[in-house]
Design a protein around this ligand. Structure first.
Ligand SMILES: *Cc1c(COP(=O)(O)O)cnc(C)c1O
Length: 402
């Protein structure tokens, strides 16, 4: 017996919680415990021939410029791939850079995209406004019924893009059903998995081709840096995604990659605790007379609870509530909170509340907002790491002022 034969030497034999601490680590000659931070833009080569081979991609894992290869960013990409169960990943400067790359690297003029209409604001802009400027048309559908995707598919549909649960009303898209529809038409499926988190939903196992994250959210989860990541097969990631990143340059900085690696060390702990608290808060608000409805994916009253339980192992860290008294009621609640902060960010250690109608969804018309459930009384809550009893007491006080 020797250490060489220990099966846990192979990262594939380690569980996700172990990956979050060790995944992708590549120690230097100094054998540092924590990941080294490589704050360098370029690399020098031992010989001209070495440089030549490197530029011909003949030296695996070689580095020639930090726009597309940096050792600290490599560790982050590898760790995310191991957690997700993906063959490979690429990191980006923000979640929107990741989504824009994933979408635009898959289409060309004349192609068509089908997307769910309930999307994060920036994602909706990319599909609805940005792509059409380059001759890529799009159709937005109500994502709750997979049949709507089937009906919207055209011979030139190359891509289906969804987010599930959606922001801010936590509607679900049946990933497996939509993946089958996309593939039957020769299209690829991208899933923005921010709200569910890598802990509770595995889009690649359900048939998605690419998964995107805003690492700004639960992965950092402490309000420090922006970041994004795209995960999928080696073929797609090292092909289209890598080329687009390399040539257009929305690169994650090594410093931010290092901060995100620190975030991943406590990722599971934070999300599990925040989810426990989200369940408690949802239950406490459910019967409150000032609350019209509570929306939480694993709640039996959620209209898609069966799907939520099938496709997500837990309901995650976000919930939405519709407060009686419309916008006035929603503002009265938010403005009387002492612990929960008013902020449009999410997945943070601090609990955050936002009024989508007047902030993240203000750009949309009232008609579109109401179509996607963004009513005047709707508030989205991102539950953090505070004592859940304090969060409940804070919300109860706020609701008394409505
Ligand atoms: C925040 C978010 C994004 C964009 O990420 P940034 O890091 O802010 O650029 C995309 N999709 C979803 C679902 C998000 O919550």
């Amino acid at each position: 017996m020797s250490k060489q034969n220990n099966p846990l030497r192979d990262p594939k034999n380690r569980s996700a919680a172990t990956q979050m601490v060790h995944g992708g680590n590549n120690r230097t000659e100094f054998h540092e415990t924590s990941e080294a931070l490589f704050l360098n833009s370029g690399y020098s080569y031992p010989s001209s021939e070495h440089a030549e081979l490197l530029f011909q991609n003949k030296i695996p894992g070689g580095h020639n410029y930090s726009r597309f290869a940096n050792p600290t960013v490599d560790v982050f990409q590898e760790r995310m791939a191991l957690i997700e169960g993906a063959e490979a990943g690429r990191a980006f400067a923000s979640g929107m850079a990741a989504v824009t790359n994933a979408v635009m690297s898959q289409v060309r003029a004349g192609d068509h995209i089908v997307a769910a209409q309930a999307l994060f604001g920036g994602c909706r802009y990319v599909v609805e406004d940005y792509a059409p400027r380059f001759g890529v048309s799009s159709t937005l559908v109500d994502g709750r019924d997979p049949e709507n995707f089937a009906r919207a598919m055209q011979p030139n549909t190359r891509l289906v893009f969804v987010e599930t649960p959606t922001n801010p009303t936590l509607e679900l898209v049946d990933i497996k059903a939509v993946a089958e529809i996309a593939h039957a038409h020769g299209a690829r499926l991208i899933v923005d998995n921010v709200f569910a988190t890598a802990l509770y939903q595995k889009p690649l196992e359900l048939g998605a081709d690419l998964v995107t994250y805003s690492a700004t959210k639960h992965i950092d989860g402490q309000g420090r840096v922006l970041g994004g990541v795209v995960l999928g097969s080696r073929e797609l990631i090292e092909g289209d995604i890598h080329t687009f990143l390399r040539q257009t340059g929305a690169t994650l900085s090594a410093f931010n990659a290092w901060v995100l690696l620190k975030g991943l060390e406590t990722y599971a702990l934070r999300i599990e605790r925040m989810t426990d608290s989200a369940e408690k808060v949802a239950a406490a608000l459910a019967s409150h007379p000032k609350v019209e409805r509570v929306i939480y994916p694993h709640d039996p009253n959620h209209p898609q609870c069966d799907l939520a339980r099938r496709q997500m192992s837990r309901g995650s860290t976000l919930l939405a509530i519709d407060v009686k008294g419309g916008q006035e009621g929603a503002f009265a609640l938010s403005d009387n909170l002492a612990v929960i902060l008013i902020s449009n960010n999410l997945g943070d250690a601090r609990s955050l509340i936002t009024h989508p109608r007047t902030t993240t969804h203000a750009r949309l018309t009232e008609e579109v907002r109401l179509e996607t459930g963004v009513t005047p009384g709707l508030l989205r809550l991102s539950i953090g790491l505070e004592d859940p009893d304090d969060l409940i007491a804070d919300l109860m006080y706020g609701l008394d002022q409505v």
